[in-house]
Design a binder for this molecule. Structure first.
Ligand code: G4P
Length: 526
């Protein structure tokens, strides 16, 4: 198959949702329909159950599982589909943001009863900043839930998405009878018997079918006809072009747990979702079908075995063909590297590959060369940008508890930060190191891993910062003034960029007002 055909048939996407909306269940059902797994429960996601928040060993166990499910590839209708898993636990939200830099589209799962939840809002916001095409799947229709029109209003309002339903539910919860497909004007019935097996549902043609009331009752039939009339009048017609530009999101309804509406979702997905997209590097826009290989690291996973400190760096291929045992340039280190066992992922199986194409993710064994955001290329000095960091929510000083192991501690901290576990800030005034995280859980992870993988011991001390703000400026004099005034709160991040460790919301606001030529950013990109 030519490289162009290989690129054209790839669909790389992520599923995003608030925890418990049904991301794991949906992923599994997509794999079942794709024939990648034979039975439900065969793939565990890297979901960290909420009950496990204080159970650190449980997280360690799940870390092992999550390597296998980081990328789940399967073939469906001639397409090569790669699902990139995103952690559900909000303490690992940064992982998800980074994964979103490697997808070409995403499916947003919304719980019909809970509607739009906080984590969905954040994830959709990040997706929209990148114009990622989004499909919305409203899940759990078998449960009592909200009115479909209300939900769509909420999605438009809270998520800022322009939507158009491609299917429409007939009732909800106890009264849920199935969905009407706008695309082919057919009805699919939800029956209890379908719950256990995957198969075609019963179909009839069109809303004017005289048999309609016979199947769903005359009241439901009347309501459906009214609803559909309203839907067609109110919502824009679906346009693939608009969807692919991230300007219009089709909405589907179903129940992942009951296999209902999944096939329709998958069938539409393979038809409309975009193939691998061009990616902006600092130097230029890189197109997938270019001859030379390029790709970037969006995730690094540590080895579970503490005796082998090697890691797996996940590279999204942007252009060209990646080949095994070929020299590639590690742009940041200006170093040639060759990989003897690049890995790709099919369902939960890993295997060594000879070649991989744009849209694919390869796992590269790494002994400490890679950092999230690094570019690998056939030789051109490209720097892919856009891996986001957000201001952490928690801050603590890190102390070395074993003076004989300071080198190990420094190396460990350095590598954990390369993996993106947390962010490191160094205070200008005294050189003390502060670790910033999204959730409190990471402190435990860091402490445990430093001890078990690097033989170093650390402890923490509270550092009462409100936010870390990256500072950019055009006026050197004003910056120097600010730096002098806020000397105690100035720090550098891992990339040597200036950060203001704002002690309170008030102090941040005062600084913004007084130093109008400085920009205080809650988010930065590398
Ligand atoms: P997540 O990855 O987004 O966090 O959600 P997950 O798929 O784990 O689903 C969360 C819970 O919702 C699970 O129940 C799952 O079985 C249930 N669920 C998912 N889809 C549907 C659906 O269409 N209908 C109904 N009624 N429930 C659904 P749980 O009891 O928390 O977990 P489990 O013990 O079943 O795994």
């Amino acid at each position: 198959m030519s490289i162009l055909k290989e690129i054209e048939r790839r669909r790389t996407f992520g599923i995003i949702s608030h925890p418990d909306a049904g991301k794991t269940t949906l992923t599994e059902k997509l794999l079942l329909f794709g024939g990648a797994i034979q039975e439900a429960g065969a793939v565990k996601s890297n979901k960290i159950k909420r009950t496990a928040t204080s159970d650190f060993m449980e997280i360690e166990k799940q870390r092992g599982i999550s390597v296998a499910t980081s990328v789940m590839g399967f073939e469906y209708k001639g397409k090569k589909i790669n699902i990139l898993d995103t952690p559900g636990h909000q303490d690992f939200a940064e992982d998800t943001y980074r994964t979103l830099t490697a997808v070409d589209s995403a499916i947003v799962v919304v719980d019909v009863a809970k509607g739009v939840e906080s984590q969905t809002e954040k994830l959709v916001e990040v997706s929209r900043m990148r114009d990622i095409p989004l499909i919305v799947f409203i899940n759990k229709l078998d449960r009592e839930g909200r009115d479909a029109f209300d939900l769509l209003d909420e999605i438009e309002e809270k998520l800022g998405l322009r939507v158009t339903p491609l299917s429409w539910p007939i009732g909800v919860g106890q009264d849920f009878q199935g969905v009407y497909s706008m695309a082919d004007q057919s009805l699919r019935f939800f029956t209890e018997t379908l719950k256990q097996k995957i198969g075609d549902s019963i179909e009839i043609k069109g809303l004017d079918d005289p048999n309609l009331p016979k199947y769903i009752g005359s009241k439901a039939a009347e309501r459906l006809r009214e609803d559909v009339e309203l839907v067609t009048g109110v919502y824009p017609a679906f346009s693939v072009e608009e969807y692919r530009k991230g300007l219009l999101s089709p909405v589907f309804f179903g129940s992942a747990l009951n296999n209902f509406g999944i096939k329709e979702l998958l069938d539409s997905f393979v038809e409309i979702a975009p193939a691998p997209q061009p990616k902006q590097a600092e130097e230029r826009l890189v197109l997938p079908h270019e001859k030379d290989f390029s790709g970037f690291v969006f995730k690094i996973h540590a080895n579970m075995d503490p005796k082998h400190r090697d890691r797996l760096a996940f590279v999204k291929i942007v252009s060209g063909t990646f080949e095994r045992n070929t020299n590639y340039k590690h742009v940041r280190l200006q170093k040639e590297l060759k990989f003897s066992s690049p890995t790709t992922f099919m369902a939960s199986k890993k295997s060594v590959v000879e070649e991989a194409y744009p849209g694919d993710i390869v796992g590269l064994h790494d002994t400490g060369n890679f950092r999230i955001g690094d570019t690998l290329s056939s030789g051109e000095l490209l720097h892919f940008r856009g891996i986001p960091s957000f201001s952490p929510e928690h801050f603590r000083f890190i102390n070395n508890d074993d003076p004989m192991k300071s080198k190990q501690l420094a190396k460990g901290v350095d590598q954990l930060m390369d993996e993106g576990v947390a962010q490191l800030f160094t205070l200008e005034s005294n050189g003390r190191k502060i670790i910033g995280t999204v959730g409190a859980l990471q402190y435990e992870v860091i402490q445990y891993r430093l001890e078990h993988e690097y033989g170093a011991k650390c402890s923490y001390e509270p550092y009462p910062a409100h936010k870390a703000c990256w500072i950019t400026y055009t006026d050197q004099q004003q910056f120097d003034e600010f730096r002098k005034l806020k000397h105690r709160f100035m720090a550098k991040d891992k990339y040597d960029r200036w950060v203001f460790m704002a002690d309170s919301a008030f102090s941040l606001q005062m600084s913004k007002d007084k130093f109008d030529k400085l920009k205080f950013l809650m988010k930065s990109e590398i």
